[in-house]
Design a protein around this ligand. Sequence first.
Ligand SMILES: *[C@@H]1O[C@H](CO)[C@@H](O)[C@H](O)[C@H]1NC(C)=O
Ligand SMILES: *[C@@H]1O[C@H](CO)[C@@H](O)[C@H](O)[C@H]1NC(C)=O
Ligand SMILES: *[C@@H]1O[C@H](CO)[C@@H](O)[C@H](O)[C@H]1NC(C)=O
Ligand SMILES: *[C@@H]1O[C@H](CO)[C@@H](O)[C@H](O)[C@H]1NC(C)=O
Ligand SMILES: *[C@@H]1O[C@H](CO)[C@@H](O)[C@H](O)[C@H]1NC(C)=O
Ligand SMILES: *[C@@H]1O[C@H](CO)[C@@H](O)[C@H](O)[C@H]1NC(C)=O
Ligand SMILES: *[C@@H]1O[C@H](CO)[C@@H](O)[C@H](O)[C@H]1NC(C)=O
Ligand SMILES: *[C@@H]1O[C@H](CO)[C@@H](O)[C@H](O)[C@H]1NC(C)=O
Ligand SMILES: *[C@@H]1O[C@H](CO)[C@@H](O)[C@H](O)[C@H]1NC(C)=O
Ligand SMILES: *[C@@H]1O[C@H](CO)[C@@H](O)[C@H](O)[C@H]1NC(C)=O
Ligand SMILES: *[C@@H]1O[C@H](CO)[C@@H](O)[C@H](O)[C@H]1NC(C)=O
Ligand SMILES: *[C@@H]1O[C@H](CO)[C@@H](O)[C@H](O)[C@H]1NC(C)=O
Length: 749
Amino acid sequence: MASAILTLLFLSLWPFLLILAAENVTMSSSLTAGENLSWISPSEEFAFGFHQLGNSTNFFLLAIWYAKIPDETTVWHANTEYSVQRGSKVELIDDNIILNDPNGQTIWKALVEPNTSVSYGAMLNTGNFVLSAGTDSSYVWESFNNLTDTILPTQILSSGGMLFSRLTKNNYSKGRFELHFSNESLQLYPVAWPTEIPYDSYFTTMFNANSSKSGYQLGFSESASLYIERGNEEIVQILWQPSSPNSYYYRATLDFDGVFRKYAYPRSSIRAQSWSVVQYIPENICMALTHTQQGSGACGFNSYCQAESGTPRCLCPIGYSLMDPNNEYGGCKPNFTLGCGVDDESMDPEGLYKMERIPSLDWKNGDYASLGPYNQTQCEESCLHDCLCDVAIFHYTTCWKKKLPLSNGRLQNGNGALAFIKISKSVPPPRKPGSNTKRQKQILFGPLVVSKNSMKQHCGFNDELGRGSFGIVYKGALNFGSRNLVAVKKLDRLSQEGEREFRAEVEAIGKTHHKNLVELLGYCHEGPHRLLVYEFMSNGSLADFLFRSPRPDWNQRTWVALGIARGLVYLHEECNATIIHCDIKPQNILLDNHFTPRISDFGLAKSLMFDQTRTDTGIRGTRGYVAPEWFKRVPVTVKLDVYSFGVMLLEIICCRKSVEMVSGYEGKEILIDWVFDCYMEGNLEALMVENDDVGMCDIATLQRWVMIAIWCLEEDPSKRPTMKTVTQNLEGCVEVPIPLNTLSVKSYV
Ligand SMILES: *[C@@H]1O[C@H](CO)[C@@H](O)[C@H](O)[C@H]1NC(C)=O
Ligand SMILES: *[C@@H]1O[C@H](CO)[C@@H](O)[C@H](O)[C@H]1NC(C)=O
Ligand SMILES: *[C@@H]1O[C@H](CO)[C@@H](O)[C@H](O)[C@H]1NC(C)=O
Ligand SMILES: *[C@@H]1O[C@H](CO)[C@@H](O)[C@H](O)[C@H]1NC(C)=O
Ligand SMILES: *[C@@H]1O[C@H](CO)[C@@H](O)[C@H](O)[C@H]1NC(C)=O
Ligand SMILES: *[C@@H]1O[C@H](CO)[C@@H](O)[C@H](O)[C@H]1NC(C)=O
Ligand SMILES: *[C@@H]1O[C@H](CO)[C@@H](O)[C@H](O)[C@H]1NC(C)=O
Ligand SMILES: *[C@@H]1O[C@H](CO)[C@@H](O)[C@H](O)[C@H]1NC(C)=O
Ligand SMILES: *[C@@H]1O[C@H](CO)[C@@H](O)[C@H](O)[C@H]1NC(C)=O
Ligand SMILES: *[C@@H]1O[C@H](CO)[C@@H](O)[C@H](O)[C@H]1NC(C)=O
Ligand SMILES: *[C@@H]1O[C@H](CO)[C@@H](O)[C@H](O)[C@H]1NC(C)=O
Ligand SMILES: *[C@@H]1O[C@H](CO)[C@@H](O)[C@H](O)[C@H]1NC(C)=O
């Protein structure tokens, strides 16, 4: 009895005794993935071979695992670049272990010293798979020296040894954390995944290494004690105390979540158990990682970490969702658009966003501003009104403002922090109360497929129609529907202006419907694409129409001018939110095949529903058509468009450009100055277009229209007529007043 106990002790204490018990795997033996799966240790506790990945019967891992535990926990795997396919073969051959894919290509082999002869392999009872030269007790190759994420009892890390975490629980690729053992310390590092460059460590144990000595080792003993020793002589430090041996399997694993854990599993268990955690470092990885300045922290970017018994749980803030729905650790993204340049600036931030409060939540790094002394309200307001600010953290009297991506988030009760998270009040594009949401949805979401699929194949975006302020317009074709030609405006995705224009256009046009406006058929706002799909206007722009030769006749021109005026009345007064176009000019008026004018390019449209007097410097008009108040940075009103319309009306009357380079003349000829002079001199005939018989006959209408145009050009916006009055005057329903202060009309070019 006593001798039996002794033998048992010896067996467990002296690994080399186990060699004798090991079953030899002779050279040329092989395993094929999907057929005969493994070589088993004499104790039948460990197996070497092909381990099925998940439920897939086609993909495997060359691995070592616990053969008696139902979940077959792996303790080692060959770090092949790709998962191993069914039909792959591992063979003890050429004095090595060679893994070939089904085509015979070598995808992994053990690093055996060159010219070493190998006589057999063995799966030892310790979990170590070895290649032996057969001559002495030392091994040519050991899986114990080819470290992955786990160490087993009796395994040793020599100085410079590292463990590598997996990427996720089921993905064995190298992950985001490493354990380094060196002469002086044991450290845990996050790495700049997918590279292996370590960031600052999140756990460090220094030990008193005698610099004049070497040979320090990190050991995991039979009784699952983690210790540092020098040579085989002296134990320098014990990191984890021993546990009760024999009745449990033990392992220490650097898990994919960055925690290094000692696990235990009862050896003789009738029913399936699970691994229980005995010890772990660091104590709270959520807090430990906040010392790291770079990287996302224990959790992915924009998420926050909450530790439960050392295990991090990663959560998305309200309004955010997981980047990868299957990976809690992969980070979060806001499920709406944030930042400068994406919101319509004509709306107050209050109309677009609200601030959610979460107590005890903090993102440690990456503030771009710290303000104080502030109170909570000031902090909240400051972030809400700052388009750079996505989140603010308030603590005591300081307000830290942050923008995405947020890193090192953690929720810890009692830390005194209060987080304000900016979230959208609605899913984009933001809708305003009272707008016709049903129609808008049809316009915005209905034809999306059209623009993405049919367009790409049948159009190819080669046929350029023109270039606008923020993007290129292409001609496109759809392969179904009654309208098969479309104009696609592709916005410059690099500029923030373009982003803003996109939103503004979609929002403004989505709510409008009028026969003198270009209809938006659809839009595409996915990934890098920013496309607006319009009905195609077959007869080009008003600019082409007016300045071509021969000139269009008076009747055609009056028809066009009236249509534009009616379209502007609609934008200014008849649709629910006032829309200022801001860039009325002949290039932005398109003609359909009935020569009906259609106002296009709502890129600069500003909705004034919420703030009538907002000053906005983010929009640009086109010089030559822009009212004087534009340059004074005073609040912009619908009268801005009235001025531009006045300039354009003169162009329509005269078929001349508002600004023309004139040869033999000092510089530019300014149309409105010239018209003004002619008007004052009573020389209206000079304005007439050559060979325009109809215009000649209708000199009374021409005079009335010139007066209307001059009225529109009043310097003081309040003295200009509204577009409704302009329309009534053009139609002749109302008598036009003689421009009162015609001397105030000046050009602003
Ligand atoms: C394993 O193979 C080696 C070399 O062929 C041999 O010397 C040894 O006795 C074998 N051991 C067992 C347990 O079969
Ligand atoms: C593996 O199985 C095949 C049949 O499935 C058999 O021919 C082969 O000998 C086996 N190899 C080993 C090493 O057991
Ligand atoms: C594998 O199959 C089992 C039983 O069908 C199922 O419970 C489990 O979720 C599956 N695992 C994966 C990773 O698909
Ligand atoms: C394990 O072995 C593979 C292949 O021989 C090698 O590429 C890898 O670097 C080794 N890993 C370690 C930690 O030694
Ligand atoms: C390996 O052996 C071959 C032939 O015996 C010899 O030519 C070669 O130099 C050896 N290489 C090394 C690294 O020892
Ligand atoms: C450990 O110390 C030995 C001897 O001083 C030295 O050769 C080795 O490079 C050191 N290892 C590391 C990882 O610093
Ligand atoms: C594991 O993750 C890597 C990196 O994302 C990926 O390339 C690989 O396909 C994944 N492996 C499996 C089996 O899902
Ligand atoms: C380091 O080792 C040397 C040589 O064994 C010994 O003389 C010295 O006292 C040791 N120093 C410390 C601080 O232990
Ligand atoms: C956006 O986030 C909120 C809050 O987390 C969630 O209720 C909502 O379903 C999300 N919406 C989408 C479209 O993902
Ligand atoms: C915060 O400070 C502002 C400005 O000093 C003050 O108007 C407001 O009442 C304060 N709010 C609270 C809740 O103290
Ligand atoms: C405009 O809003 C009013 C209520 O505010 C609503 O009754 C009307 O239908 C809306 N008209 C359009 C064209 O959206
Ligand atoms: C206008 O469009 C019609 C119909 O597409 C076409 O027949 C006509 O030639 C066009 N006129 C001009 C001036 O482009």
